[in-house]
Design a protein around this ligand. Structure first.
Ligand code: MTE
Length: 322
């Protein structure tokens, strides 16, 4: 990642404070009723919501088995301190510029080594499995972390539906790359589209979350609307945003950050305090909104504390397969 050591938590001053628009929530709630809302209503509500910094409500039942007890990051921090290079490289760029992204209508095509390739629109994705709220820690490779109540379901539900063939060894996640909607796609900072990937057993792990919302709402544009992955045991860049295509493939995918800097960003990118980034230590992290900018107080945990996943990597040298 392009690290700017000097950038503080500079929040765009033109974002309406949450309290100011709180009174408009009732109106938005009436427009959108969980996953059952019609496309037209969500689209209308979506435009209104973006203008106000609010998004349509999305109902989901908390899954305590998959939820961290850590203090949750403030909504404002989670939606104004982002990495979404399609909208610029500064942390404040996505909140400022992602209003041009049109998350409705949207389709995700699922193809490659599957018996049942399919194209799913957002309503189909919302209805594919019961939505759960899961409070996950997300640790960015840059050394900061957040704790966010995401909404979605295990990616394993998608795998079940499309029935991979025996040749499917990996899954590739491909983000939208539309210059008209995404001003950063004109830049040469990465090879577009943004591509990420997992081994199929990693993708099948119940923690791998196909994500459609956060904080009880549909995803804000800057957080990867309308659909993204969240992989809490891996560095944040593995969790591709605004996904339009998912491919089941034989070979390990060539991922965006790995192509840009192979010595710095490996394919696996599991959170690992014992394997430093070539340019900085990964032993500790700063929790956004809690730890001071200069103080890196918090110890980073192996697999970001999600030790369940360890069996996926038994016998692997994680220094080599970083
Ligand atoms: N997905 C796309 N398409 N483009 C990006 O630039 N940034 C990644 C990841 N997914 C990125 C992306 C990085 S580096 C991180 S840390 C997380 O998104 C940040 O997610 P958040 O902004 O919702 O916290």
């Amino acid at each position: 990642m392009l690290i700017k050591r000097s950038d503080g938590l500079i929040l765009p001053s033109d974002i309406t404070p949450r309290a100011v628009f709180e009174s408009r929530r009732g109106f938005i709630r009436q427009l959108a009723v969980g996953g059952a809302a019609s496309a037209g209503l969500i689209e209308m509500a979506g435009r209104e919501a973006f203008a106000q910094g609010l998004n349509p409500k999305l109902a989901a039942k908390l899954n305590p088995a998959y939820s961290a007890l850590d203090k949750q990051t403030a909504y404002k921090d989670a939606t104004t301190y982002n990495n979404f290079y399609e909208f610029g490289t500064d942390k404040s760029d996505p909140a400022q510029y992602a209003g041009t992204l049109k998350p409705r209508p949207w389709t995700v095509s699922i193809e490659g080594e599957v018996k049942k390739p399919m194209t799913l629109d957002l309503d189909a994705l919302l209805k594919l499995a019961p939505l759960e709220e899961r409070v996950y820690r997300l640790r960015c490779v840059e050394g900061w972390s957040m704790v966010i109540p995401w909404i979605g379901y295990s990616f394993a539900e998608i795998i079940k539906k499309v029935e991979p063939t025996g040749n499917a060894k990996y899954v590739e996640f491909i983000s939208l790359a539309d210059k008209k909607q995404m001003p950063g796609v004109g830049s040469r900072v990465l090879n577009w589209p943004y591509v990420e990937g997992l081994r199929i057993d990693e993708a099948n792990h119940p923690l791998a979350l196909l994500t459609l919302g956060m904080y009880g709402e549909t995803l804000p544009n800057q957080n990867g609307a309308p659909v993204r992955m969240v992989l809490p045991w891996k560095y944040g860049f593995k969790s591709a945003k605004s996904i339009v295509k998912i491919r089941f493939v034989k070979e390990q995918p060539r991922t965006a950050w790995n192509q840009a800097a192979p010595a710095e960003y490996g394919f696996y990118s599991n959170v690992n305090p014992e394997v430093d980034h070539p340019r900085w230590s990964q032993a500790s992290e700063r929790r956004i909104g809690e730890d001071g900018f200069l103080a890196r107080k918090r110890k980073t945990l192996m697999f970001n504390g999600y030790s369940d996943v360890a069996s996926l990597y038994s016998g692997m040298d994680l220094k080599k397969f970083f």
